[in-house]
Design a protein around this ligand. Structure first.
Ligand code: SF4
Ligand SMILES: [Zn+2]
Ligand SMILES: [Zn+2]
Length: 297
C-alpha cells in the first residue's frame, strides 16, 4: 500500500479515514491532530507549565513526546502504585525514567510505599472499593498534589479516543448526568488547590498512539498490562465499541465528536463550589476527610 500524500510505502492504514500514510506523513498528521485539538478546545498555551501524568505506557509517553515536539514546557510525574504482580509498577517506572533521562527532562516519582507506607492492592484489600476504584482515588490525589506543589498550571493525561469513547458509552448506559456533564478534553479547576486537566490525545485512537510510540522508537511498556485491567469496566466497553468500529469504521470518532458538540445538554454538576476542605490535606471534599486521606489513614 502507498502513502496517499507522497506514494512512499505506507506504514499505517487508517480505515476510518480511508487513509494510508508513510512514516513521515503519519507523524505529520498525528502532530496536526494534537495541535488542532489543543486549539479547538483551548487546552494549553505556550505560557503553561505542563505536568504530564506518565504511566510508562504508550499513550502517556507519546503525549509527552508530542508536547515536547510542539514546544511546550512539559515535565512528568510517575505515581508508583506498588503493584508488584508481574513486577508491573517497577517495569513501568523504569520505562518512564528512561524516557525522561534520554531527553534530559524532569520526572518526579511519587512512591506510595515510601511516602504513605502502603500500596494500591493493600489499600484495596481493606476497602469495599475495587482495586481500580482505589487506584483512581490515589492517582487523582497524588497528581493533583504534585501539580499544586510544583507550581504547574495544567495537568495533561494521555487519554485517547478509545478511552474517552468507552467512558462515554459507560456513562450513557447508566445515564450518569454528573459524569456526562464533566466529560471532555478540558476539565476546569473548580477549587484553588486544583489545576485544569487536559487530554490532548482524545481524538486519536489507541492504535494511532501505539503506532506513534512504536515508529518513534519510544520504549514503552508493551509486553504487559496492569494485572488488574481485565476487571475494569472500560475493557468491556472498549470491546463493544471495537466490534461496532470493525463493522462501521469511524463510528468511535463520530460518537465522541458529536457528544462534544452537544454536551451542553447535560447540565453541570451542582454543589461542587460548596464543597469543604479536607482537614488533613486541604483538598476539596464533601466529608471531613477526603477519600484519599480516609483510605491511607
Ligand atoms: S487497571 Fe486499575 S489498578 Fe491497574 S493502573 Fe488502571 S486503574 Fe490502576
Ligand atoms: Zn508520505
Ligand atoms: Zn485529604
Amino acid at each position: 500500500m502507498r502513502c496517499r500524500k507522497c506514494s512512499e510505502e505506507a506504514v499505517i492504514h487508517l480505515r476510518s479515514h480511508r487513509l494510508a500514510l508513510c512514516r513521515e506523513h503519519f507523524f505529520e498528521r498525528f502532530l496536526s491532530v494534537v495541535k488542532r485539538t489543543i486549539k479547538e478546545y483551548r487546552l494549553l498555551s505556550k505560557r503553561d507549565r505542563v505536568l504530564v501524568a506518565v504511566s510508562g505506557g504508550k499513550d502517556s509517553l507519546a503525549l509527552w513526546d508530542v508536547l515536547l515536539e510542539l514546544g511546550y514546557s512539559a515535565e512528568g510525574v510517575y505515581i508508583d502504585l506498588g503493584i508488584s504482580r508481574e513486577n508491573y509498577s517497577e517495569i513501568s517506572k523504569r520505562r518512564a525514567l528512561a524516557f525522561a533521562e534520554q531527553r534530559g527532562i524532569k520526572l518526579e516519582v511519587v512512591d506510595l510505599r515510601r511516602e504513605y507506607g502502603t500500596t494500591v492492592p493493600r489499600l484495596a484489600r481493606r476497602s469495599t472499593r475495587s482495586v481500580c476504584g482505589v487506584c483512581g482515588i490515589v492517582k487523582r490525589h497524588l497528581m493533583d498534589s504534585t501539580a499544586l506543589e510544583g507550581g504547574y498550571t495544567v495537568l495533561a493525561t494521555g487519554h485517547n479516543l478509545d478511552d474517552e469513547a468507552s467512558v462515554l458509552l459507560a456513562n450513557l448506559l447508566r445515564w450518569n448526568m454528573d459524569l456526562l456533564a464533566r466529560q471532555g478534553p478540558r476539565l476546569e479547576a473548580w477549587h484553588p488547590r486544583l489545576v485544569p486537566k487536559v487530554k490532548p490525545l482524545c481524538l486519536l485512537t489507541e492504535r494511532e498512539t501505539a503506532a506513534y510510540a512504536l515508529l518513534k522508537g519510544i520504549e514503552y511498556v508493551y509486553e504487559l498490562e496492569c494485572p488488574y485491567s481485565e476487571r475494569a469496566t472500560s475493557i468491556t466497553m472498549k470491546e463493544a465499541l471495537n466490534r461496532i468500529e470493525e463493522r462501521s469504521p469511524g463510528t468511535k470518532l463520530y460518537f465522541y465528536r458529536e457528544f462534544l458538540k452537544h454536551r451542553e445538554i447535560f447540565s453541570p454538576p451542582e454543589g461542587r463550589g460548596g464543597a469543604g476542605e479536607c482537614e488533613v490535606c486541604g483538598f476539596p471534599t464533601t466529608s471531613r476527610r477526603c477519600a484519599f486521606c480516609r483510605l491511607v489513614a
